[in-house]
Every structure is written in structure tokens, then in C-alpha cells.
Design a protein around this ligand. Structure first.
Ligand code: NAD
Length: 511
């Protein structure tokens, strides 16, 4: 197993005193464990309330300086950070794989996403444009400008311990903001490495302190951060439960929140679909990252004419999946993050059976030999809903590789099923007919009700160029590409009288 201390050395991140080697111990710390073996990867000393307070005060001072740096120059700092992530992509990807459990290729892919969003942000640093509009008054001018917002609090989930930070922090940096990151305590080493790289580059260019990392519990640090008026934007990624709490607390102080929460994503496979394409896409979206993506396919809705054939082939594909050490070449599926996740997987399967679902493949813990015997491995599982499609457990997001299969006769019924859950993140349809696919993404809004809609692609694997996020209980936030940057700035409408006459809008006279 690679040793995190030597990974930190090769990444040039050796100065974070919060990291304590696995062989030592430290009071007030959490232990990061490999989900594949259960072994300790090291301990992380947690920050306390006083440290948090100091960090916020310092960050505000940093913001006052950083916002004065012209945006294209801020972009140069982000460009250099992107280059550094390019240099260290594979090593950092392996650390993600080691600590979070996703397979090596996906760990590296996650860092690639960080590099991509850094590139995007660099281009953005020469844009960030406002619009002009005509004034109704002579010799007046009106325009909008976008201004730096301040401190951006980023709360991230365990499953994307590097890229979710980047989606926020790279945009926030070109927008002139300072990022305060509170990561998941299940993946603290990746966050120390990620933030350490960015902060080292920025400091070497004369801008220390624009990326800050605060490691602490939800009670001591999380709750303080969301309630803190000095942090105008909280961007929080995680479960709907967490989002409800964060949304309420931030709203009660009239702050802004950007919520990226749970998903319960469906794929519709119509009778005229390219079945080979649909199979491969559903397989990747359902079992990739061991079902621990917010965009994982959790429901497959099959036209009744192709359902038997499709499920038979999917079962065969499930049986061929190579489960094992995420760092080993050829492994397709790694472990779940911890024992609690295994328990919720087993609970969901028990519920599905009780509700009349039939387990077609999987359905139990996987026992692997040797060092992996203490890992949190489960078999990717396919459950067929009973006739009548009543399977209440399928309305919940279980963060594990369980796919529920439903059947339908009319496309309208399939779209209604797609839209029937509380979450609204990602959705997909497979069909070769534009009449069906465009019905799914109808401009009236009567098709998929999700933030992401795919045609002949699976539900996971978004590109950074689009705005990412979902509706309903997914929280409504948008991150990453398109005009998501506007969330990290404040809009100012400017009206300039260059004539010298006293003129009121709406023709009001005040003589
Ligand atoms: P989680 O909700 O348990 O934790 C997410 C983060 O919220 C962690 O950093 C946690 O410490 C923090 N948190 C929890 N309570 C808090 C509080 N009261 N105040 C401040 N911070 C608090 O989620 P998880 O298990 O780490 O991740 C899995 C969930 O994340 C799934 O539901 C998944 O769908 C979702 N997710 C969504 C997206 C998206 O973009 N929509 C992306 C990744 C993950």
C-alpha cells in the first residue's frame, strides 16, 4: 500500500502540522482509513473554534487585497495551479483512490476534472462580463458589473474529495474571492494535499491565504461556518439531510447558499434504443465508483418489449465485474467508504425484498481474500421491481451500487416514473427516434424534471463546461461551467448621469 507521508512529500505538501503519521497518535484527531483494507492512513488533528475564528479574520484581510488584483492576473495564478495539478495528476489521483476507494482511473479522472475547471476559470478571468442597457433618461448610462463577493465557504462530500473543491475554488479565485474549505472528515488527507498544492502555488506568486482549509467536526466547525455572517456564500455538497440544515441556517442570516445534494437518477431505455450502447452506459453509471456518485444510475426504466433481453444481458455483465483493490490495474469496482455504508446497502436490499423486489444478481457483502478481507466490499446489485412497479425503497438514495429495474408500456408513463422521486439531479433516455428523445427534453419543461438530461448517454460523467446541479430536493444549485460563476460574485447596477440635469425616472417631477 502506498504511504501517504511519501505521497505528501512527492506532492510537495509537507508543511501541514495537522497530518500525523499512522504510527504516531494525536489527541483531538480523526483517523483516515483505507476503505479497501481498513488500515490507518494517518491521523488529522482537528481545528478548534478559536483557530476557525482566526482563520476567518485573516481571510477577510486576504480578500481585501485579493479583490484589488485584476481578474486576468488572478487567472494567471489559477493557470499556474492548474499546471501544478497537471504535474501531480497521477500521484494525487492515487491518493484519492487510496483514501476514498474509487478505482485508480477514476481517481486520476477526478484530478483531470480539477485541471479542466482551472483551464475554464482562466478563460473566464478575461470575461466575467456585465451587460449595458439603455437608460430612459437623456445623457444617462446604465450597466451592470460583477464584483468580488468575499469569503466562500465550501462544504464537500467524501465521494469527490478533490474536484468538488475545484469546481468552487477555481471559479471563486478568478472572481476575487477567498475560499474556506470544510471537507468531509472521511477524506481529510486528499483535502490537505489538494489545498496544500493550490496554496503553495498561490503563495509563491505573492498571494498567500486565498485557499484555506479548516478541518473539524460538524458541531464545532460546520455549524460555525454556516452561521457565520462574515461568509456571504456557502456552497455545500452532500446529502439532502445536510442540505436542509445548511439551507435553513444560511437563509436565517439572509446569506446565499449553493446546494448540491443527493440524486436518484433514472435511465429510460425505449423499445427502439441501441441496446449495446444502453447496456454499457447503464453498467458504468450504475456500478462505477461503487454506486457512490451523486449521478449514479439508481433506477432503470425499460420498455416492456426489451426488458427481459436487457436484464439478462445486464445480469451477465454484472457477474463479470472485477471487484477488488482500487489501485490495482483492471479493477472496475472498489469498496464502499465505510461499514455504515455497507449497513445501509444491506438494509436497502432487505427492504426491497420485503416490498416484493427480486434480487437478480448481487445482494450481499463481498468477501475478498488477504488484506482486502477487512475492506467494505459489496456486490453490485440488480433488483427487479414487482409487477405494478411499487417499490418504495427505490424512492430513496442509497449510496451504494443498487440498481432497481422497472418496466413500462408508454413513454409518458416512463417520464412520469423518472419524475416521481423527490430528487431531481440527473436523467437519461436511450432511443434512436428524435420524437422520443426530444419529448424527454421538451422545451415546455414537461419532459425530465432534472437539472441534467442526457440523450443516449448514462446519467454520470458530466463535463465541466455545463452548469452542474439539480432541482427539487437536490437543492437547485449550479456549479462548474456555463454562467455558474455568477454565484461567486455580486451584481451591481450602475446608472451614470453625464449630462448635469436633474432628471427622475418614470417622468416624475419634483420641482
Ligand atoms: P454528508 O451529507 O454526510 O456530508 C457532506 C458534508 O456536509 C461533509 O463535509 C459533512 O461534514 C458536512 N456537514 C454535515 N452536516 C453539517 C452541518 N450541520 N453543518 C455543516 N456541514 C455539515 O454527505 P456524504 O456522505 O459525505 O456524501 C454523500 C452525499 O453527497 C450523497 O447524498 C450524494 O448524492 C451527495 N453528493 C451530491 C453531489 C452533487 O453535486 N449534487 C456531489 C457529490 C455528492
Amino acid at each position: 500500500m502506498p504511504d501517504p507521508a511519501s505521497i505528501f512529500r512527492s506532492l510537495g505538501v509537507t508543511d501541514d502540522p495537522r497530518f500525523v503519521a499512522p504510527s504516531s497518535s494525536a489527541a483531538g484527531s480523526v483517523t483516515s482509513r483505507s476503505p479497501a483494507t481498513g488500515d490507518s492512513l494517518g491521523h488529522v488533528k482537528l481545528d478548534d473554534a478559536a483557530t476557525y475564528d482566526r482563520l476567518i479574520t485573516e481571510s477577510h484581510q486576504t480578500f481585501l487585497r485579493w479583490r484589488e488584483v485584476p481578474a486576468p492576473i488572478r487567472g494567471q495564478v489559477v493557470r499556474a495551479i492548474g499546471e501544478e495539478f497537471r504535474t501531480h495528476r497521477d500521484t494525487l489521483g492515487e491518493l484519492i483512490s487510496l483514501e476514498m476507494g474509487k478505482v485508480r482511473a477514476e481517481g486520476i479522472g477526478e484530478v483531470q476534472e480539477t485541471i479542466d475547471i482551472a483551464d475554464f476559470a482562466v478563460g473566464l478571468s478575461r470575461q466575467l462580463h456585465g451587460i449595458t442597457m439603455p437608460s430612459e433618461r437623456p445623457e444617462h448610462r446604465m450597466y451592470e458589473q460583477w464584483l468580488p463577493l468575499g469569503l466562500v465557504g465550501v462544504i464537500s462530500a467524501f465521494n469527490f474529495p478533490n474536484a468538488v473543491w475545484a469546481w468552487n475554488a477555481m471559479l471563486a479565485a478568478v472572481c476575487g474571492d477567498v475560499t474556506i474549505w470544510k471537507p468531509s472528515l472521511l477524506t481529510p488527507l486528499t483535502s490537505i494535499a489538494t489545498n496544500g498544492i493550490a496554496e503553495r502555488v498561490a503563495a509563491s506568486m505573492g498571494h498567500p491565504g486565498i485557499f484555506r482549509l479548516v478541518l473539524g467536526t460538524d458541531d464545532v466547525i460546520g455549524e460555525r461556518l454556516i452561521a457565520d455572517k462574515r461568509v456571504p456564500l456557502i456552497s455545500a455538497t452532500g446529502s439532502c439531510r445536510m442540505g436542509r440544515r445548511v439551507g435553513q441556517v444560511v437563509a436565517s442570516r439572509l446569506g446565499r447558499s449553493l446546494l448540491e445534494l443527493g440524486g436518484n437518477n433514472a435511465v429510460i431505455v425505449h423499445e427502439d434504443a441501441n441496446i449495446d450502447l444502453a447496456l454499457r452506459s447503464v453498467l458504468f453509471s450504475a456500478v462505477g465508483t461503487a454506486g457512490q456518485r451523486c449521478t449514479t444510475t439508481r433506477r432503470v426504466i425499460l420498455h416492456e418489449s426489451i426488458a427481459e433481453q436487457f436484464l439478462q444481458r445486464l445480469v451477465a455483465a454484472y457477474k463479470s465485474i472485477r471487484l477488488g483493490d482500487p489501485l490495482k490495474e483492471g479493477t472496475l469496482v472498489g469498496p464502499l467508504i465505510n461499514e455504515r455504508a455497507v449497513e445501509s446497502y444491506l438494509h436497502a436490499i432487505a427492504m426491497a425484498k420485503e416490498q416484493g423486489g427480486k434480487v437478480l444478481v448481487g445482494g450481499e457483502r463481498a468477501s475478498l481474500p488477504g488484506a482486502l478481507s477487512k475492506g467494505h466490499f459489496v456486490l453490485p446489485t440488480l433488483v427487479r421491481a414487482p409487477s405494478g412497479n411499487q417499490l418504495p425503497i427505490a424512492s430513496e438514495e442509497t449510496f451504494a451500487p443498487i440498481l432497481y429495474a422497472f418496466t413500462y408500456r408508454e413513454l409518458e408513463g416512463a417520464i412520469a416514473m423518472n419524475n416521481s422521486v423527490d430528487q431531481g439531479l440527473s436523467s437519461a433516455i436511450f432511443s434512436e427516434a428524435v420524437r422520443n428523445t426530444d419529448r424527454f427534453v421538451s422545451p415546455s419543461g414537461s419532459g425530465s424534471d432534472c437539472g441534467l438530461a442526457y440523450v443516449n448517454l448514462g446519467t454520470s460523467g458530466a463535463e465541466i463546461g455545463g452548469a452542474f446541479g439539480g432541482e427539487k430536493d437536490t437543492g437547485g444549485g449550479r456549479e462548474s461551467g456555463s454562467d455558474s460563476w455568477k454565484a461567486y460574485m455580486r451584481r451591481q447596477t450602475c446608472t451614470v448621469n453625464f449630462g448635469g440635469k436633474f432628471d427622475l425616472a418614470q417622468g416624475i417631477r419634483f420641482e
